[in-house]
Design a protein around this ligand. Structure first.
Ligand SMILES: Nc1nc2c(c(=O)[nH]1)N[C@@H](CN(C=O)c1ccc(C(=O)N[C@@H](CCC(=O)O)C(=O)O)cc1)CN2
Length: 286
């Protein structure tokens, strides 16, 4: 079984040695390790982050026993520990509305085996993309929504996510603001693609906002959705050059290529357990 240990603690000498010794004592074989120290200019010390990928070679050692065994070390180093089983793909749902480019891109990458997700269901507030989901053999659940019915619709979405035992929700241009209650069910487990280079142009119609501002760059941002609209921890971003010659429709078309790549990059990082969240920021490991 291949495991990923994500940890953080106050920076101090000897953490790498201590975690390596712990894993060796548990019969683990480290195949990759990456660490980073976040130092705040105006604060003493720093925060140590590490991602360790290791194979468990002893049959008597399980994730449960590892988490019990690391507790004394975690307490000693004031360490936050998260242990993931990287041999089991994450059950995932994709949510979309009318714009299908991000959905199609993720479906293609999943079908080709490039995207290591356990895709369980596609949920949409429009029926437009039922055909492609059906063609790909993925259940499609159409849950229309209006301002008046949003609480009931969200309840139905949550019930569907629970039915399929989903542990990651990907908003592939799902054009609805999720309620605080909804988001609370999936903390740092909802990835949204916002079609602007945040923090610019939060909210709806960012390409129109960009055109009116006369920008020379447009972009896309994949971030965890939180109760604060478009202010969740950023996972991936990218941009492309534009000019005065492009209208809103042309900016929107140019943006689609950026959105698909940025979302795929972020979803893959999450699926591979390469994203750690620290406050409003992320550490995205290679
Ligand atoms: N809880 C969160 N929900 C959403 C986030 C978020 O960060 N937290 N990101 C948005 C961003 N977004 C697209 O990227 C977006 C922003 C605003 C709206 C919007 O105003 N939608 C209207 C309905 C519009 C319609 O019915 O066509 C609304 O929800 O009242 C849409 C998308 C996505 N959600």
């Amino acid at each position: 079984m291949s495991s990923v240990l994500l940890l953080s603690c106050p920076d101090q000498q000897g953490v790498v040695a201590a975690t390596a010794e712990f894993i060796a004592d548990q019969g683990g074989n480290i195949v990759h390790a990456e660490q980073y120290v976040k130092r705040e200019a105006d604060a003493d010390g720093g925060v140590f982050f590490q991602r360790v990928v290791f194979d468990l070679v002893r049959s008597d050692v399980t994730h449960e026993s590892l988490l019990d065994a690391i507790r004394p070390l975690a307490d000693k180093l004031d360490m936050t520990v998260d242990l993931r089983d990287s041999s089991t793909p994450i059950p995932t749902a994709i949510m979309c509305s009318k714009q299908g480019h991000c959905l199609y891109d993720l479906l293609t990458r999943w079908r080709s085996g490039e995207m290591p997700m356990d895709l369980r269901v596609v949920i949409s507030n429009h029926p437009d993309h039922a055909d492609i989901a059906g063609h790909m053999g993925v259940p499609f659940v159409h849950l229309p929504v209006t301002k008046e019915t949003k609480p009931q619709q969200e309840a139905a979405v949550l019930a569907t996510l629970a039915e399929y035992e989903v542990d990651l929700v990907v908003m592939a241009r799902y054009m609805q603001i999720l309620s605080d209650d909804f988001v609370s069910h999936y903390p740092m487990k909802i990835i949204n693609i916002h079609h602007s280079f945040l923090p610019a142009f939060i909210g709806a119609n960012p390409y129109r906002q960009a055109h009116e501002r006369g920008v020379k760059l447009i972009g896309a941002t994949a971030h965890y959705a939180t109760a604060d609209l478009d202010e969740g921890p950023i996972i991936s971003q990218d941009t492309t050059h534009v000019s005065h010659r492009e209208n809103v429709a042309e900016l929107t078309a140019r943006g689609r290529d950026v959105e698909t790549v940025v979302l795929a990059r972020a979803v893959r990082a999450h699926l591979e357990h390469r994203v750690a969240v620290h406050g409003h920021q992320t550490i995205v490991y290679n």
